[in-house]
Ligand binder design. Sequence first.
Ligand code: SAH
Length: 214
Amino acid sequence: MSLFDGDRAEMIEVLKKKEIKNEEVLRVMGEVERHLFMPEYSRRRAYEDCALPIGFGQTISQPYTVAVMTELLFPQKDDKILEIGTGSGYQAVILSKLGCRVFTIERNVDLGRRAEQIFKTLNLRIASKIGDGTLGWKEYAPYNGIIVTAGAPVIPEQLQNQLKDGGRLVIPVGDKKSQTLIVVDREGNNFKQKEIDGFKFVPLIGKEGWKEIG
Ligand code: SAH
């Protein structure tokens, strides 16, 4: 039992009210201790349905956003999943607990190292590296799924190319203020797109992303 168990149960009720239906996603989000992924000053609000600061001008995504993106990605056990934007490591852990083989990339060294420490503490095998995620992670490609947790100006070509046939990419695309979630399904060399409106993410910065913040 932990101090936050009640809060976490309430968070799950909120997600259900907002039409999150995938039982596995609800179960895993009900188990993972979200407060462990944030600095002390954000923990009090860890289970509120909002994004919270994790330092270095970055945020841990809102629980609803994590749930929606995971539902859209629709990962199956043993799927190979690439995440761009490790941040706190929370999304990566949710995917790992769903039984996926997770690869995650973060550009901020301090955040990347902190997340690696949490993966170790939780005894999870998650492959992580520091780098520009807009270029993907070629060595382990192709992936069944790729999830980008920062807002991109365009869909990075390298990410589409690193999808398996039948694989799916979930990525927020838009301007810096608001984005549309785009789901890209690869069928051979065709990439079918579907759009879901109205989400807000921190910017994806890199070669095929935004230039430095400004
Ligand atoms: N998935 C995270 C959300 C973090 S916010 C979580 O569960 O907490 C998005 C993260 O993307 C930030 O940490 C930011 O530093 C990172 N980011 C931005 N551009 C990137 C890039 N090109 N490659 C890798 N990470 C990037």
